[in-house]
Design a protein around this ligand. Structure first.
Ligand code: PEP
Length: 266
């Protein structure tokens, strides 16, 4: 279902009216985690100022350590919905448990499946039946074939509004949190008709790498990027070191304005 063999044209997925597909480079930005109403609104305003047309933000946070901040749950979803009201930005947010899919779908414009759940087949089937577009992160240890098969689980439930997201994979390299597999973008686009975006924040895990990796992603043909921003990353409860700050926004806006245009995209 997700293969290009029977569907040669590349697809565009619409999220709350915002297209993600071959003609554009969509910027999704926002806080890694929803922490407070003020922090989420400030991050959303930063995102919008940089050209974002979709707001990201985690209310359910799967963390490596069970002692780390796990997200605000439904309270976080309510904050996101209020910020959507205020800014007009549709919401992309993660769901980590099949039992929560209905709840998250009642607030979100797009459901995100994270790297740690990328082969949680019960969750994939549940989001496939939820009636919302889905962003499927690549499993940090998944081959491209495994990633596409995970997408197939969602598609099998009747939902072809799927966006693939390359977010870095595990390699022997320790200088970055993960290794961004830029080649995965054109490879996945050749094998599948689904849009492919890149997460330069979670791949590098470092603020100084976000803009270079964003440029690389756009140059290699990504259909969008998803980027963490935070008004005060030193106080962030989750992944502060990778969040862009106010001072980075002008450069990000410039990249999003100039690079897609060079490639004939909007
Ligand atoms: C995220 O985008 O909030 C996230 C946790 O990403 P990943 O699943 O890629 O680690």
């Amino acid at each position: 279902l997700v293969s290009r063999e029977n569907h040669p044209e590349r697809s565009t997925v619409h999220v709350g009216g915002v297209p993600i597909g071959p003609d554009t480079v969509t910027l999704i930005a926002g806080p890694c985690a929803v922490e407070t109403p003020g922090q989420t609104l400030d991050a959303a305003l930063m995102a919008r100022a940089a050209g974002a047309t979709l707001l990201r933000g985690g209310a359910f946070k799967p963390r490596t350590s069970p002692y780390a901040f796990q997200g605000l749950g439904e309270r976080g979803l309510r904050i996101l919905a209020d910020v959507r009201e205020e800014t007009g930005l549709p919401i992309v947010t993660e769901v980590v448990d099949a039992q929560d899919v209905e709840l998250v779908a009642s607030y979100a414009d797009m459901l995100q499946v994270g790297t740690r759940n990328a082969q949680n087949f019960a969750l994939l089937q549940a989001v496939g039946a939820a009636g919302r577009p889905v962003m499927l992160k690549r499993g940090m240890n998944a081959t491209i074939e495994e990633w596409l098969m995970a997408a197939e689980y969602i598609a099998q439930r009747g939902n072809l509004d799927i966006v693939l997201c390359e977010r870095g994979i595990r390699t022997f390299e320790t200088a970055t949190r993960n290794t961004l597999d830029v080649s995965a973008v054109p490879v996945a686009q050749r094998l599948s008709h689904l849009p492919v975006i890149v997460d330069p924040s979670h791949s590098g895990g470092r603020r100084d790498l976000v803009l270079p990796l964003t440029r690389a992603a756009i140059a290699v043909g990504a259909d969008g990027v998803i980027i963490d921003v935070h008004p005060q990353p030193e106080l962030a409860l989750c992944d502060g070191p990778q969040a862009l700050i106010d001072g980075d926004l002008e450069e990000l806006a410039g990249v999003m304005r100039d690079l897609p245009a060079l490639l004939g995209k909007s």
